[in-house]
Ligand binder design. Structure first.
Ligand SMILES: Cc1cc2nc3c(=O)[nH]c(=O)nc-3n(C[C@H](O)[C@H](O)[C@H](O)COP(=O)(O)O)c2cc1C
Length: 148
Protein backbone atom coordinates (compact mmCIF):
# COMPACT_ATOMS: atom_id res chain seq x y z
CA UNK A 1 0.00 0.00 0.00
CA UNK A 2 1.26 3.45 -0.86
CA UNK A 3 1.95 6.60 1.11
CA UNK A 4 0.06 9.29 -0.76
CA UNK A 5 0.40 13.05 -0.38
CA UNK A 6 -2.49 15.13 -1.70
CA UNK A 7 -1.22 18.62 -2.55
CA UNK A 8 -3.94 21.24 -2.64
CA UNK A 9 -3.68 24.46 -4.66
CA UNK A 10 -6.68 26.61 -3.82
CA UNK A 11 -7.85 30.19 -3.42
CA UNK A 12 -11.50 29.72 -2.51
CA UNK A 13 -11.80 26.17 -1.21
CA UNK A 14 -13.02 24.00 -4.11
CA UNK A 15 -9.75 22.11 -4.42
CA UNK A 16 -9.70 21.55 -0.65
CA UNK A 17 -13.23 20.17 -0.86
CA UNK A 18 -12.10 17.73 -3.56
CA UNK A 19 -9.08 16.63 -1.49
CA UNK A 20 -11.25 16.11 1.59
CA UNK A 21 -13.65 13.95 -0.44
CA UNK A 22 -10.87 11.82 -1.95
CA UNK A 23 -8.84 11.19 1.21
CA UNK A 24 -11.27 8.66 2.78
CA UNK A 25 -11.68 6.85 -0.55
CA UNK A 26 -7.92 6.30 -0.83
CA UNK A 27 -7.69 5.36 2.87
CA UNK A 28 -10.47 2.80 2.41
CA UNK A 29 -8.32 1.27 -0.35
CA UNK A 30 -5.61 0.75 2.28
CA UNK A 31 -3.31 3.69 1.51
CA UNK A 32 -1.82 6.14 4.00
CA UNK A 33 -2.95 9.63 2.98
CA UNK A 34 -1.70 13.06 4.04
CA UNK A 35 -3.18 16.31 2.75
CA UNK A 36 -1.23 19.55 2.51
CA UNK A 37 -2.34 23.00 1.43
CA UNK A 38 1.01 24.48 2.37
CA UNK A 39 4.09 24.64 0.22
CA UNK A 40 5.28 21.09 0.86
CA UNK A 41 9.01 20.68 1.42
CA UNK A 42 11.23 18.37 -0.59
CA UNK A 43 11.29 16.12 2.48
CA UNK A 44 7.48 15.91 2.39
CA UNK A 45 7.59 14.93 -1.26
CA UNK A 46 10.34 12.37 -0.76
CA UNK A 47 8.44 10.77 2.13
CA UNK A 48 5.52 9.92 -0.18
CA UNK A 49 5.99 7.79 -3.28
CA UNK A 50 2.66 8.84 -4.73
CA UNK A 51 1.43 12.42 -5.10
CA UNK A 52 -2.01 13.63 -6.04
CA UNK A 53 -2.11 17.29 -7.04
CA UNK A 54 -5.50 18.98 -6.84
CA UNK A 55 -4.97 22.43 -8.27
CA UNK A 56 -7.30 25.30 -9.11
CA UNK A 57 -6.53 28.11 -11.55
CA UNK A 58 -6.59 31.80 -10.71
CA UNK A 59 -5.57 35.10 -12.21
CA UNK A 60 -5.01 34.35 -15.86
CA UNK A 61 -4.12 30.66 -15.94
CA UNK A 62 -2.09 30.95 -12.75
CA UNK A 63 -1.24 28.54 -9.95
CA UNK A 64 -2.90 29.51 -6.63
CA UNK A 65 -0.62 31.44 -4.29
CA UNK A 66 -0.59 28.79 -1.55
CA UNK A 67 1.13 26.24 -3.82
CA UNK A 68 3.06 28.61 -6.09
CA UNK A 69 6.23 28.55 -3.93
CA UNK A 70 6.36 24.76 -4.33
CA UNK A 71 6.01 24.99 -8.11
CA UNK A 72 8.74 27.65 -8.26
CA UNK A 73 11.10 25.61 -6.08
CA UNK A 74 10.58 22.47 -8.16
CA UNK A 75 11.14 24.37 -11.38
CA UNK A 76 14.28 26.03 -10.07
CA UNK A 77 15.88 23.10 -8.20
CA UNK A 78 14.51 20.19 -10.22
CA UNK A 79 14.83 17.54 -7.49
CA UNK A 80 15.04 13.99 -8.78
CA UNK A 81 11.47 12.66 -8.50
CA UNK A 82 11.97 9.74 -10.88
CA UNK A 83 10.86 7.32 -8.16
CA UNK A 84 7.58 9.17 -7.76
CA UNK A 85 4.23 8.71 -9.44
CA UNK A 86 1.53 11.35 -9.48
CA UNK A 87 -1.96 12.22 -10.56
CA UNK A 88 -3.44 15.60 -11.42
CA UNK A 89 -6.87 17.04 -10.90
CA UNK A 90 -7.06 20.51 -12.46
CA UNK A 91 -9.90 22.82 -11.53
CA UNK A 92 -10.88 25.62 -13.86
CA UNK A 93 -13.71 27.28 -15.68
CA UNK A 94 -14.25 27.06 -19.43
CA UNK A 95 -15.43 30.67 -19.42
CA UNK A 96 -11.67 31.35 -19.33
CA UNK A 97 -11.17 29.61 -22.67
CA UNK A 98 -7.54 30.50 -23.28
CA UNK A 99 -6.31 29.67 -19.81
CA UNK A 100 -8.61 26.76 -18.96
CA UNK A 101 -7.14 24.71 -16.10
CA UNK A 102 -3.81 26.51 -16.54
CA UNK A 103 -2.81 26.04 -12.90
CA UNK A 104 -3.14 22.24 -12.99
CA UNK A 105 -1.51 22.08 -16.42
CA UNK A 106 1.50 23.99 -15.10
CA UNK A 107 1.78 21.73 -12.04
CA UNK A 108 1.63 18.71 -14.34
CA UNK A 109 4.57 20.08 -16.38
CA UNK A 110 6.63 20.86 -13.29
CA UNK A 111 6.34 17.34 -11.88
CA UNK A 112 7.12 15.81 -15.25
CA UNK A 113 10.17 18.11 -15.47
CA UNK A 114 11.44 16.58 -12.23
CA UNK A 115 11.10 13.08 -13.66
CA UNK A 116 7.94 11.95 -11.86
CA UNK A 117 5.59 9.70 -13.85
CA UNK A 118 1.96 10.62 -14.23
CA UNK A 119 -0.58 7.87 -13.65
CA UNK A 120 -3.76 8.13 -15.66
CA UNK A 121 -5.15 11.09 -17.53
CA UNK A 122 -5.34 14.60 -16.08
CA UNK A 123 -8.85 15.31 -14.84
CA UNK A 124 -9.99 18.80 -15.84
CA UNK A 125 -13.06 19.99 -13.99
CA UNK A 126 -15.06 22.85 -15.49
CA UNK A 127 -16.80 24.95 -12.84
CA UNK A 128 -19.17 26.44 -15.44
CA UNK A 129 -20.75 23.04 -16.12
CA UNK A 130 -19.93 21.19 -12.90
CA UNK A 131 -20.86 23.11 -9.74
CA UNK A 132 -19.81 20.15 -7.54
CA UNK A 133 -16.17 19.34 -8.43
CA UNK A 134 -15.97 16.59 -5.82
CA UNK A 135 -18.58 14.49 -7.67
CA UNK A 136 -16.49 14.35 -10.86
CA UNK A 137 -13.35 13.71 -8.84
CA UNK A 138 -14.97 10.85 -6.93
CA UNK A 139 -15.79 9.15 -10.20
CA UNK A 140 -12.25 9.75 -11.63
CA UNK A 141 -10.55 8.43 -8.48
CA UNK A 142 -12.04 4.97 -9.01
CA UNK A 143 -9.87 4.51 -12.10
CA UNK A 144 -6.85 6.29 -10.63
CA UNK A 145 -6.70 4.30 -7.42
CA UNK A 146 -6.52 1.08 -9.45
CA UNK A 147 -3.22 2.39 -10.91
CA UNK A 148 -1.60 3.19 -7.54
C1 LIG B 1 -10.42 35.59 -10.16
C2 LIG B 1 -10.55 34.24 -10.79
C3 LIG B 1 -9.76 33.92 -11.87
C4 LIG B 1 -9.87 32.66 -12.48
N1 LIG B 1 -9.08 32.37 -13.58
C5 LIG B 1 -9.23 31.17 -14.20
C6 LIG B 1 -8.46 30.88 -15.36
O1 LIG B 1 -7.64 31.66 -15.84
N2 LIG B 1 -8.65 29.66 -15.95
C7 LIG B 1 -9.54 28.74 -15.48
O2 LIG B 1 -9.67 27.66 -16.06
N3 LIG B 1 -10.28 29.00 -14.35
C8 LIG B 1 -10.15 30.19 -13.71
N4 LIG B 1 -10.89 30.46 -12.59
C9 LIG B 1 -11.86 29.45 -12.11
C10 LIG B 1 -11.36 28.66 -10.88
O3 LIG B 1 -10.16 27.94 -11.17
C11 LIG B 1 -12.45 27.65 -10.45
O4 LIG B 1 -13.58 28.37 -10.03
C12 LIG B 1 -11.98 26.73 -9.35
O5 LIG B 1 -13.00 25.78 -9.08
C13 LIG B 1 -11.65 27.49 -8.07
O6 LIG B 1 -11.09 26.57 -7.16
P1 LIG B 1 -10.66 27.01 -5.68
O7 LIG B 1 -11.96 27.34 -4.94
O8 LIG B 1 -10.03 25.78 -5.09
O9 LIG B 1 -9.75 28.15 -5.72
C14 LIG B 1 -10.80 31.71 -11.98
C15 LIG B 1 -11.58 32.04 -10.87
C16 LIG B 1 -11.47 33.29 -10.29
C17 LIG B 1 -12.36 33.62 -9.11
Amino acid sequence: MAKILILVGTESGNAQMVADALKPVLEAAGHGVDVSDKAASSADLLAHEVLLIVCATHGSGDIPTNILPLAETLERERPDLRGHRYGIIALGDLTYQDTFCGGGKKMDKVFALCGASRMGHRLEVDASSQPLPDEEALSWIEGWKALV
